[in-house]
Design a binder for this molecule. Structure first.
Ligand SMILES: Nc1nc2c(ncn2[C@@H]2O[C@H](COP(=O)(O)OP(=O)(O)OP(=O)(O)O)[C@@H](O)[C@H]2O)c(=O)[nH]1
Ligand SMILES: Nc1nc2c(ncn2[C@@H]2O[C@H](COP(=O)(O)OP(=O)(O)OP(=O)(O)O)[C@@H](O)[C@H]2O)c(=O)[nH]1
Ligand SMILES: [Mg+2]
Ligand SMILES: [Mg+2]
Lengths: 302, 278
């Protein structure tokens, strides 16, 4: 669905043969509205609009541009402005880097899932296990959420559906569970360990220390922040704090099968510099896609 | 020195930042600023503090809706339907609500209406035990409506005061899932005419503008009598509810402030406004 903001910007410029700075500024106000409505963080919107303004003021008066195949094509100023916004947004969300760091054959690699309560970590852990199976790897799941009622059971059910082993031991701390999970993986000749952790607030000192302890216990190759695509302005606070404490390797954005605009994608990338690796597109375990910026850019702009 | 109009603009800029970063949304923020400007013109106020105080009062006025009684009034049994998108905190909130009912010396039956998600019933089972509630569940992949029907039947048999029905998380954009919810509602009415007496929409306070769509769609599908706003113990402010209260007139009944059984309070407009602006 096209949001009012972006459509207003396009309409404002439609039919003009050249565009001066005032027209650009008016259109940028429309873009700003569109991005805020898309849940892009306030500070990130400011930065984005400043960047686009810089490009547009210089370039939008042109009526021919060179496209990515090197061809010269005629464009209206309105189309050119839209293209600048789109390209700038895509550039900010890229480059594409959907690969997870994996050790060479014969060694155990690790992926640690972290994030706020209810963001989709446990489900996504299952999806990653499925993803690795398809890549002919042998995943093992570690149930390190010892707090949420039936969290271990939830992961066990997912593991069972996939035929993937799930490691858990009662009365064991999460860092210990991670260590023993790796040992179990070696014993079973598994090559990738996926650690599910409990949802937590970035401001919960004790629980954030627990994550640091898990990380230092097993040094997982990938620490991935799982983010609900519906998240609003809090995306920046949360992503920044998780990144500061754990040095994230990337993000997975979930629940994109809904109609949330997903502006958090731009915010978290902009604020941490870390890439979005995957997108969750449904509740089923095969609903995981590698991240591509173009689809999300259109969705955020509206 | 700065003219009153100039002062307004820089003050408005600072207020904008507070409003937007609290997820208040563009349209609601514009309405609030407009209302404040009107008042400012009439009273000739232009100081930063005065403008901020006018906006605070306006927000409080908007969210201070008459909240219907929760957990009582219908039946018996008083039937509560709990709905919302995936991961918002429905099951946890039900556990907390059940504990409140038990604490009043009343009997509560929980319906394990999420027959879809892995270990959903097991999760609610733990909460039922914590809250001193009876749990009625069905077989795996059972029809949610039939589990809810059985729970209400059990409540009537045992003279329970309240039934709280858990439902599977669902995105409001999925028509077949919204139809399923409508069916659950119809079956409740069959079991007890007039049920559900209460439909609680559980909204995650970390959600952005999508919360407004959620409220609209769930309202249209099953009629929402109140909102339970969860995860307010985090850094998110839940500002989206201002637009929801203003446009849809749905009151916030409960606020979730943690993961433990006692972490649920009645919504307090003054507390909400103070957390937002202070
Ligand atoms: N529609 C949709 N639902 C999803 C997606 N990913 C997860 N879910 C659902 O979101 C809800 C929460 O998922 P969980 O995996 O339990 O989330 P979590 O982060 O492990 O939750 P906590 O452990 O409590 O922090 C469940 O109902 C999932 O089925 C997705 O991509 N799309
Ligand atoms: N910090 C905090 N966490 C909460 C609150 N309410 C719920 N949670 C957590 O949010 C996560 C999801 O809660 P659930 O009760 O499983 O959510 P749900 O809506 O039933 O999820 P689905 O059934 O999968 O759609 C759990 O980790 C809860 O402990 C709250 O008020 N504060
Ligand atoms: Mg989980
Ligand atoms: Mg639930």
């Amino acid at each position: 669905t096209v949001s009012k903001g972006f459509r207003a910007a396009k309409n404002r410029l439609a039919g003009k043969t050249e565009i001066g700075p005032e027209a650009v500024d008016e259109s940028l106000r429309d873009i700003r509205v569109s991005l805020l409505e898309a849940d892009v963080a306030f500070e990130v919107v400011k930065k984005f609009v400043a960047r686009v303004r810089e490009k547009a003021i210089g370039e939008v008066v042109k009526t021919t541009i060179t496209d990515k195949h090197g061809r010269r094509i005629r464009v209206t100023p309105s189309d050119h402005f839209v293209k600048i916004c789109h390209d700038e947004l895509e550039a900010l969300m890229g480059p594409v880097d959907a690969t997870l760091k994996l050790k060479p054959k014969g060694q155990v690699s690790g992926v640690m899932m972290v994030g706020l309560q209810g963001s989709g970590k446990t489900t996504t852990a299952g999806k990653l296990a499925n993803y690795f199976l398809k890549q002919e790897k042998k995943p093992l799941l570690v149930a390190a959420d010892i707090y949420r009622p039936a969290a271990v059971e939830q992961l066990r059910v997912l593991g069972e559906r996939l035929g993937v082993p799930v490691f858990f031991e009662p009365d064991t701390s999460p860092p210990e569970l991670a260590k023993k999970g790796y040992a179990a993986a070696r014993e079973k000749r598994c090559d990738v360990v996926i650690i599910d952790t409990a949802g937590r607030l970035a401001i919960d000192e004790q629980l954030m220390q627990e994550l640091e302890a898990i990380k230092s216990a097993v040094a997982p190759d990938n620490v991935v922040l799982v983010v609900d695509a519906m998240i609003g302005q809090d995306s920046v606070r949360t992503a920044a704090e998780f990144d500061r404490r754990l040095s994230l390797d990337g993000f997975i954005l979930t629940k994109l099968d809904g109609d949330a605009r997903g502006g958090a994608a731009l915010s978290i990338k902009e604020v941490t510099g870390k890439p979005i690796k995957f997108l969750g597109m449904g509740e089923a375990l095969d609903r995981l896609e590698e991240f591509r910026p173009d689809g999300l850019a259109s969705r955020i702009l509206g | 020195g700065a003219t009153p109009k100039q002062l307004d603009e820089s003050v408005l800029g600072e207020l904008e930042e507070i409003l937007f970063t609290a997820d208040i949304g563009v349209r609601t923020a514009a309405n609030l600023v407009e209302a404040a400007r009107e008042k400012a013109k009439r009273n000739e106020l232009s100081s930063a503090d005065r403008l901020k105080s006018v906006i605070r009062q306006e927000v409080e006025r908007i969210v201070d809706l008459e909240a219907p009684k929760s957990l009582e009034g219908g039946g018996p049994p008083h039937v509560v339907m709990v709905v919302g998108v995936n991961g918002s905190g429905k099951t946890t909130t039900i556990g907390k609500l059940a504990a409140k009912v038990s604490a009043q010396g009343k009997k509560v039956v929980l319906a394990a209406g999420d027959t879809f998600r892995a270990a959903a019933t097991e999760q609610l089972d733990v909460w039922a035990e914590r809250a001193g509630a009876e749990l009625v569940k069905g077989k795996e992949d059972a029809d949610p409506a039939s589990v809810v029907f059985d729970a209400i039947k059990r409540a009537k048999e045992t003279g329970a005061d309240v039934v709280i029905a858990d439902t599977a998380g669902r995105l409001h954009t999925k028509a077949p899932l919204m139809e399923e919810l409508k069916k659950v509602r119809r079956v409740m009415d069959k079991a007890v005419p007039g049920a559900p007496h209460e439909v609680l929409l559980v909204l995650d306070a970390t959600n952005g503008q999508n919360a407004i769509q959620q409220a609209k769609q769930f309202q249209d599908a099953v009629g929402v009598t109140g909102i339970a706003l969860t995860k307010l113990d985090g850094t998110a402010k839940g500002g989206v509810i201002i637009g929801i209260c203003d446009e849809l007139r749905i009151p916030v009944a409960w606020v979730g402030v943690g993961e433990k059984v006692a972490d649920l309070r009645r919504f307090d407009p003054k507390e909400f406004v103070s957390a937002l602006f202070d």
